[in-house]
Design a protein around this ligand. Structure first.
Ligand SMILES: Cc1ncc(COP(=O)(O)O)c(C=O)c1O
Length: 359
């Protein structure tokens, strides 16, 4: 262990207050959090402390100028009851890619990973036992300099907290291609996992929901013709057995599930095409009867089936889930790897090291 992580345990665990059969998503938080601060050009004072509110200065730069980035990942138990992460180093790398775009400091990967192992090792009792449930993990970094004026902050805080979540049963979703608002433009911040991107998505998502859709399918900002992604998912189309997904162009988040899916599909011999995806191509494939599946990929649901897609006046309905081959198979591969049912030949699934082992 490279970093000396100071640990202050909670005096009284809240674990026995949790009803693991009935966990409201995003509202239950585990006993501890990992915290590190950045001052004078270095990360200092890595520590695990009881999970509790902290004070923030009204002039904290994050509140005004939005330097704030985050990750979303999960730990779950395999069939032997051993807590596991899935590709944790990819989240450390993506956090740093986001930091770089937002003019924030690099967080050493070892610090991210050591903090993560120590925290989840300590709070592993919070990982729900049921299959499909998980401990959701939220690493994030934000600007803490107390200063009014637009420039990069000189101080930052990095925190990881966690919370149990129940199985994510996502029913097939109805999507609408957005033709008024954009989420991101090439050259903008779309590829960074930064808070402002999500703030920008709220109004169009609300309007779409008022019209009866579940989520917005984001389109390019010039022509509203090229598909980008959906809510908190990357998007895939299965056309006549071939799997097509928008190439990441600087405006699309490089999903870790997306990368996992692309890797697995290629290995299994599927033809996988990453390219700019024009909406007319999708509609034409549907008209020819060749559009077999549309699905989203992301940490939360792994795979989310799309039931319906609207573009302007056109609404297309996708085949029933029972007739889909690719997306249910992918979900089964990934869930299987996490539980240990399916062999992990990539070293993607990694044991959570308990505190003793971290030392
Ligand atoms: C905008 C956006 N796109 C795609 C994804 C999927 O990424 P991942 O597979 O890494 O969860 C997410 C979730 O993090 C997201 O917020």
């Amino acid at each position: 262990m490279k970093y000396n992580i100071n640990i202050t345990k909670t005096k009284e665990s809240r674990l026995n207050e949790v009803d693991f059969e009935n966990i409201p998503f995003g509202r239950v938080f585990s006993d501890h959090m990992f915290v590190a601060d950045y001052e004078d050009g270095e990360w200092i004072n890595p520590r695990i402390v009881p999970f509790e509110p902290f004070t923030i200065h009204p002039a904290s730069m994050v509140l005004h100028y939005g330097q704030s980035i985050f990750e979303g990942m999960k730990a779950s138990k395999n069939l032997d009851g051993q807590p596991m992460f899935f590709r944790p180093e990819m989240h450390a790398k993506r956090l740093n890619a986001s930091a770089s775009r937002m003019c924030m400091p690099d967080l050493p990967e070892e610090l991210f990973l050591e903090g993560l192992h120590a925290l989840v090792g300590l709070d592993q009792g919070w990982i729900p036992p049921q299959e499909g449930s998980a401990l959701y993990i939220r690493p994030f970094m934000f600007a803490t300099d107390e200063f009014i004026g637009v420039r990069p902050s000189s101080k930052y805080r990095f925190i990881i907290f966690t919370g149990p979540v129940g199985p994510y049963y996502s029913r097939p979703v109805r999507l609408v291609a957005e033709q008024t608002y954009v989420r991101a433009v090439a050259g903008g911040t779309g590829e960074a996992k930064t808070s402002g991107n999500y703030a920008a998505s709220l109004l169009p998502a609300k309007i779409a929901q008022e019209k009866g859709y579940d989520q917005v399918m984001w389109m390019d900002s010039r022509e509203f013709k090229y598909v980008q992604e959906v809510g908190t998912m990357n998007i895939f189309f299965v056309i006549n057995g071939k799997v097509v997904t928008p190439a990441t162009d600087g405006a699309i988040l490089k999903g870790i599930t997306r990368d996992t899916v692309l890797t697995l599909l290629k290995e299994k011999g599927f033809e996988v095409i990453e390219k700019p995806v024009h909406i007319d191509e999708i509609l034409a494939a549907h008209d020819r009867g060749e559009l077999e599946e549309i699905f989203g990929t992301g940490t939360a649901a792994v795979v989310s089936h799309v039931a319906e897609l609207a573009y302007g006046d056109r609404v297309i309905t996708l085949p029933p889930i029972e007739d889909r081959k690719v997306s249910p198979m992918i979900k089964d591969w990934i869930d299987g790897m996490r539980s240990g049912r399916v062999e992990d030949t990539h070293g993607w699934v990694q044991e959570v090291k308990s505190l003793e082992l971290v030392d």
